[in-house]
Design a protein around this ligand. Sequence first.
Ligand SMILES: Nc1ncnc2c1ncn2[C@@H]1O[C@H](COP(=O)(O)OP(=O)(O)OP(=O)(O)O)[C@@H](O)[C@H]1O
Ligand SMILES: [Mg+2]
Length: 469
Amino acid sequence: MKLQETHSGRPAEKPRNGAESKEGAEMKDAWVEKMIHEYATYLNEGNSGVVYRLNIAEIPQEMRAALTADEGKETPPDQAIKILKVYSAGEGKREFEMQQRAYDIASQKRDDPRFAQVPKPYLFKDIAISPETSDFLSARANGFRSTGRAEVLVMDYIPGADVATNLYREVIRRHPKTRHLAHAADELPFAQLEQEAALALDFRRPGGKGQSEGERINERLRLEFENKDKLLRFLEKKTDLQVDPAVPEQLANTIRLFHENGLTVRDFHPRNAMVVGRFAAQKGGPETAAAPQTFIIDFANAVEIETGLDDRAVVDRYIKTGDTIEGVNFVDPRTVINDLKKLAVAPAERQRAEDADLQEKLEQRRAKLDKSLASRPSRQVDAYEIKLKATLSSGRATADQMFVLLSTNPLGSDQRERLDNLLVNLMRITDAAPELKPAAAEALARLLDKTVPAEKVRLTAYLESLRRP
Ligand SMILES: Nc1ncnc2c1ncn2[C@@H]1O[C@H](COP(=O)(O)OP(=O)(O)OP(=O)(O)O)[C@@H](O)[C@H]1O
Ligand SMILES: [Mg+2]
């Protein structure tokens, strides 16, 4: 009997003789449909499915039984119902079965806080739906195709947000251009978060001008990669966000556990991991949010694999399959994990690494300048440094004076370059006349305060070094 086979966990009490009546099954179909109309609240959607939340407490007992197969004896936690947008007989069932396998594997470490979990799958149904239900679903979900049937997966509702949503929220909370929305970051729907973050971070959109389908796909992938990089660099370099280290740790451990146990998800992007509890690390003080528990969701692309392989072997054999008969590369699960690991490094430590990079860059730039001036003196640079030194020596360089010096630096082509060169000039001057260091620090701090605040973070270590005697 189909319905029973796809139930997870406890077997149904009824039917007693191992077969449910046809009417019973149809009743349950109708209930699932009714539930979508009456008890489901739209939550979210991905490319292939639309997800609703079922508030279990509101659902009449006998209907609940259709979802959980325990005849309503126990009130299960709230559930989510995922409806595939494009009906393709068998796909939903396959996804449900893979989720069931993943759930069983992750459950081995259910009580271990170092592991992610999987929402428990309860029920899969391939049901006939009325035109009204079709309309109801198409009205909300982007790309829902009505065919008279729908594949429906019922699973635990996860009371948290996916990793992509969390990252966008952090951008909205912290970017100067979205300050007006910061207070509402937790309430905005995914599409709006994405749009606002894209605007603030100046994401590029694919132009779709590629000659072939392949070129267009490549362009899209390249831009997606660049955009993601912008987002990560912003959070990593321009903010003090620290992702709770348990987030990447749990995800990495469970992905590894899947692999060891013969399963890989192949589609592990930031929307397919969810976090309940805090996403950002707790910064001292009393606990304000529970420690994170992550979940891996969406098993539409999951496959069974040879057991006992390590992550690298799995990626080589089952994910990077672009040049094999599969013809496409799937998503390398290590990417999301590594991105999150970088953000899980404490900001002070990130800053130290950054400072060391900057120091090295400035020193290289300076060595180049010294060398070039040694072989070919420049009157322009000499004159500029004399002026800069005189301004510092006066002991009261103003922000305006410094701004003029920044803008007229002879060596840079844009403001950022000119600023780096100004620092090199300052280095040369203060090396020859260390007594000017405090004046240089003060002048630079004024310039940064008044004109280029974004640079202040980048240059704090340099400022510190000038302030040291
Ligand atoms: N059980 C759940 N509880 C709460 N929210 C969920 C649940 N399952 C999914 N979601 C939310 O809905 C979104 C879409 O779900 P899901 O990833 O399963 O859909 P999809 O269409 O298969 O995705 P993709 O675009 O990766 O193909 C998720 O990113 C997540 O934010
Ligand atoms: Mg998904």
